[in-house]
Structures are given as C-alpha cells and as structure tokens.
Write a protein that binds this ligand. Structure first.
Ligand SMILES: Cc1cc2nc3c(=O)[nH]c(=O)nc-3n(C[C@H](O)[C@H](O)[C@H](O)COP(=O)(O)OP(=O)(O)OC[C@H]3O[C@@H](n4cnc5c(N)ncnc54)[C@H](O)[C@@H]3O)c2cc1C
Ligand SMILES: *[C@@H]1O[C@H](CO)[C@@H](O)[C@H](O)[C@H]1NC(C)=O
Ligand SMILES: *[C@@H]1O[C@H](CO)[C@@H](O)[C@H](O)[C@H]1NC(C)=O
Length: 501
C-alpha cells in the first residue's frame, strides 16, 4: 500500500459532500486528490439562482437546525454568511422539531380565506401523529407499513372522538386540510406520496435545535468558501464518470480505474457521492464488478423522489403583511389523499403551499411554491408559460381575485437533471437503519482478501440520521475522508515498508 501522501484518491461529484471529502483529505496531507464533476459547476443540489434582481435558491434553502452541532451552521458562521438574527443564542436554542411555526394564511378552492384558528386543532392533531410516526423506529412492530396509512387510520379513529361535536361541513373541511398537510409532508420528505414513506424507519431522521435560517448572499457561499481553500485545478468539470472498475488485481498499485468519456484515471480509492436517484438509475453501468446484492437492495429500497419549487413574483402582495406561509386547501379533498388522480389535467392540485420570502425589504413580493411527486415531475415537462398560466389560474381561484398577475415565474426541474434524477432521499417502505449502513459500506466488503477501501460512499443518502440535508451530506463527506485518514494512520511503518518492497 502507498503512503498517505502518495495515495491517489478520486472523488466522484462536486456537491457539498464531495467538496467536504476533498477538503478534509487535502488538509490531512493527501497530495493526489481529484474531483470529477459531470456538470459545468460545483455545488450540486446547493444551487443559487436569480429571479430578476433577487437571489433565490433553486436547491437547498435553509440550514435545518442552525446551532452549534450543525457543521453547516459552524462553517456559515466562520465564513460570515449569516444574518445576525441567525447567530443569536435565542435563534440557536429554539427547538421546533423540524416544523417551524410559520404564520399562515389559508385559502380555499372556493375563494374563501379561513382564519388561522380554523387550522389550529387539525394542525395539532397532524403534528401529534407525525410525532408518533417517529416513535416506531425504536419500538419496532409498526401497525402499518407506511406513514400515510398510519395517519389516515388514526385520524379516522381520533376524529370520531375529538370532533364528535363538530358539524359535517367543518369536519369535511378539516379532512381537506389533512390532505393539504399530507401533500406538504410529501414535499418535506421528497416523496411522491406519504404512502411510499416507510413507517418503521420514519423516526431515523433526527432534527437539531435552531430555527431554520437562510443565506442572504446565497447557499452557494458555503461551497465557494470551501473550494477557495482547495488547490486550484483539483476539480475537473464536464467529466461524467461512466464506470468505476474496482477489484482490479492485475496491477497491485492501483486497484481502481475510473472511466470518463475520454480519459481513464487510476486510483487507490474512489469516493462516490452521486445522488441516490442517479445510483438507482445507473448502478449497473457505474460499477464493475457490480454492487453486492445487499447494497443494491438497499439502493432500491431507500426512496428518492422529487420536490420542486415554483418562485412567483408580484408587484404587490395579496397576503397579510405578517404571513410566512400560504396554504391552499381544496374543498373536494376530504379523502385524505395526497396523490392527484389525473396528473396531466390536475397536477397543480399537488402544489400545496407557498412560503413567502422574507424580509420583504430584501426580496420584494416573492413567494416559493412547493410541489412534490409525479405531479412535480410532470410539471417539469411543461413550458414556463404553461406553468405560469396554471399558477396564475390557481391563485385567482383561491383568492377570488381575477386580476392577480405574476410578474415573474421560475421553477426548478430536479427530476430531469441528468446528474440528480430527483430531489433527495427518504426511507421507503420496509427500510431500516441497516439500509443506510449498507449504502455507506465501502467496497470490497469486510472479509475480502483484496485491497481495502477501494470504493467509498458519501452523499446525503448515506447519512444515518441527517439524510436529505446539506449537513448530512457534509458530514458524510468528512466521514469517508476520515475513514481514509485513519486507515493510513493505522498502518504500521513496518507494514508500510513491506508493502513498498
Ligand atoms: C429543491 C430542494 C430543496 C432542498 N432544500 C434543502 C434545505 O432547505 N436544507 C437542506 O439542508 N437540504 C435541502 N436540500 C437537500 C440538499 O440540497 C442535499 O441533501 C445536498 O445538497 C446533497 O449534497 P450531495 O453532495 O450529497 O449531493 P449533490 O449536491 O447532488 O452532489 C452530487 C454531485 O455529483 C455529480 N454527479 C452525478 N453523477 C455524476 C457522474 N456520473 N460523474 C461525475 N459527477 C456526477 C452531480 O452533478 C453533483 O454535482 C434540498 C434539495 C432540493 C433538491
Ligand atoms: C358548522 O359549524 C361552523 C362553526 O363551528 C359554523 O360556522 C357553520 O355555520 C356550521 N354549519 C352548519 C351547516 O351548521
Ligand atoms: C475481487 O477479487 C478477488 C481476488 O481476485 C476475488 O476473490 C473476489 O471474488 C473479487 N470480488 C468481486 C466482488 O468481484
């Protein structure tokens, strides 16, 4: 085995996990580190764009749980990328369990605006059930296979008791609100439906304290600052890796060949950070020999869905000055279903909420619509004009105001991004902690006689608790770099001598 400084390490993918891995390896004294990135840019799903003069996030939006334990928060603070409020001890101490208490405006499909109080008990019950959904992982023996079935069954049971003095109209409206909340959970989880999110593993996801904050200058600032500390020329752009040929026993020195379109690169170690969506689609071409079956099964069992944003800008607001989120409740949806039956005709019904970009002095009147699932994937195929028209009709209907007209519209298209194939990962039906273990397990697997740590796996989907987040991705990159660092420091000098002879 080569000594650390000589070891050749190739990182596949220049998202936050790849950058974090390379950064840590270079800092630890590895001299031959390269990143191969398929696209023309770094950052991956951290992607800052523009809407007119405004900075908007096409990908990651918030630091989820900005507090001391969150490494993205610590980096953002170090690089001075945050507003003072986000740094305050009060903000860091706020524990919202992943659901910040945004001030809502609620509009119905008949054009009625509801009072926030009308939402309150439904929201409370829903939050209670999400909480209970999280408890199954530790207990085992979950009563339903998916979160959707669990929530529906519990609402039916508990509403009979809790809402027994409520008249049929109000009861029906509350069930419509549940449909809305299920759709919002689809966006949060990056799933087509909560019927595809496994109940047993739902609680694996952990939150951190701190009220979610954004980057006034754009999320990409974190990536740019990390990259600035790397040697220049370390990243090769427009270099999609087509195949990782590992377990090569012909030459003793470089067990892995990384094949790109025009070039093949020999390496001792490859850290693969491609998104799970890409892995699901391309694993058979990407690995030779193929992934071991237990790993492949986990790639298939873990979920990777689509969540997109539709930014809409207005000359003047049609929501209250203090409003932070707008919910759209369809009054014909008391079936508690989060999937739209006729997608080409009715995909817009999946767009369940808009968050309002704050502060207004910075952004003007911009809101961000959230749409998940196959409906979102269909939306990606439409022209920007078609999306604009449909969103305009939606807003006019829910406000009852036929004159409201957006100034600008911009949407993300993560499903059709060839290097992402969706948005982020979630535990699918039947998943357990073992699937995440399998996903991060290096190749060759334990007990093999061939050279250890040839292929390592990082990226959002490989974090046991913080999957689907930027901090999870970052930590996974550091984890795999540390695996190599400790591997080289645990090799005794005599062994090193032997292997060099
Ligand atoms: C709409 C949306 C909103 C989100 N909001 C938040 C949020 O508010 N907060 C939060 O914490 N997280 C959020 N996330 C999730 C977060 O963005 C991701 O978890 C994180 O950025 C993933 O980083 P990564 O390094 O694992 O993957 P990526 O950033 O996807 O990086 C992987 C890289 O690999 C490259 N690649 C793919 N295939 C190849 C190949 N064959 N060869 C070479 N390179 C390849 C890709 O081009 C990409 O650059 C959001 C994501 C989306 C899509
Ligand atoms: C049902 O109850 C709500 C308030 O609880 C009330 O406003 C409404 O008029 C009632 N509707 C009917 C049909 O009784
Ligand atoms: C890797 O190579 C070794 C030695 O040639 C062989 O025994 C083993 O089966 C190979 N592993 C895979 C997954 O091909």
């Amino acid at each position: 085995m080569a000594v650390k400084a000589d070891a050749k390490v190739v990182v596949v993918g220049c998202g936050i996990s790849g950058v974090a891995a390379a950064h840590r390896l270079v800092s630890a004294g590895f001299h031959h580190v390269r990143i191969l990135e398929a696209s023309a840019r770094s950052g991956g799903r951290v992607k800052t764009g523009r809407l007119g003069d405004n900075i908007v996030e096409i990908g990651a939006n918030w630091i989820h749980g900005p507090s001391e334990e969150n490494p993205v928060f610590r980096l953002a603070r170090k690089y001075r990328l945050l507003d003072p409020e986000a740094l305050s001890p009060e903000n860091q101490a706020m524990d919202v369990g992943g659901h910040p208490p945004y001030v809502p405006n609620i509009f119905c499909s008949s054009g009625r605006k509801l009072n926030a109080e009308d939402l309150h008990c439904t929201q409370e019950l829903f939050a209670e059930l999400l909480d209970e959904s999280s408890n199954f992982a530790s207990q085992g023996g979950e009563p339903w296979s998916c979160v959707g079935d669990f929530i529906r069954s519990q609402i039916q049971q508990r509403a009979a008791e809790k809402w027994k003095d409520i008249n049929a109209t109000t009861r029906s409206l509350r069930l419509c609100m549940i449909s809305n909340m299920l759709k919002l959970e689809c966006s949060i989880n990056g799933a087509h439906s909560m019927d595809e999110v496994g109940l047993g593993a739902y609680g694996l996801y952990k939150t951190l304290p701190g009220l979610d904050c954004t980057f006034p200058g754009g999320y990409e600032g974190v990536v740019k600052n990390l990259m600035a500390e790397l040697p220049s020329g370390l990243v090769a752009y427009n270099q999609p890796v087509r195949c990782v040929r590992w377990n090569n026993t012909e030459t003793r020195e470089n067990p892995v060949m990384v094949e790109c379109d025009e070039e093949s690169i020999a390496a001792d170690h490859v850290i693969v950070t491609v998104p799970l969506g890409y892995l699901k689609k391309h694993h058979s071409a990407l690995f030779h020999p193929p992934l071991p079956l237990h790993k492949l099964h986990s790639v298939q069992r873990l979920g990777f869905g689509t969540n997109n944003k539709i930014f809409v800008e207005f000359d003047s607001p049609w929501w209250d000055a203090d409003c932070e989120v707008i919910y759209l409740v369809w009054e014909d949806e008391d079936d508690m279903v989060d999937q739209v039956p006729d997608i080409p005709r009715s995909w817009i019904k999946k767009l369940c909420a808009f968050t309002v970009l704050k502060p207004t002095e910075r952004y003007g009147h911009v809101m961000c619509g959230w749409i998940a699932g196959h409906e979102s994937e269909f939306m990606e195929t439409l022209s920007e004009q078609e999306v604009t028209l449909t969103v305009t009709q939606l807003i006019r209907r829910f406000t009852g105001n036929p004159t409201i007209t957006p100034k600008r519209v911009l949407r993300s298209q993560w499903f059709h991004d060839p290097w992402t194939c969706g948005s982020y990962s979630y535990p699918g039906i039947g998943c357990s902690a073992q699937d995440l273990e399998n996903l991060m397990e290096p190749l060759p697997t334990k007990g093999s006689q061939s050279q250890p740590l040839q292929v390592l796996f990082a990226g959002e989907a490989t974090h046991p608790h913080y999957y689907s987040t930027v901090h999870g991705a970052l930590l996974s990159g550091w984890r795999e770099a540390d695996r190599l660092v400790s591997h080289y420091s645990s090799v005794s000098p005599s062994e090193r001598l032997k292997s060099n002879l």
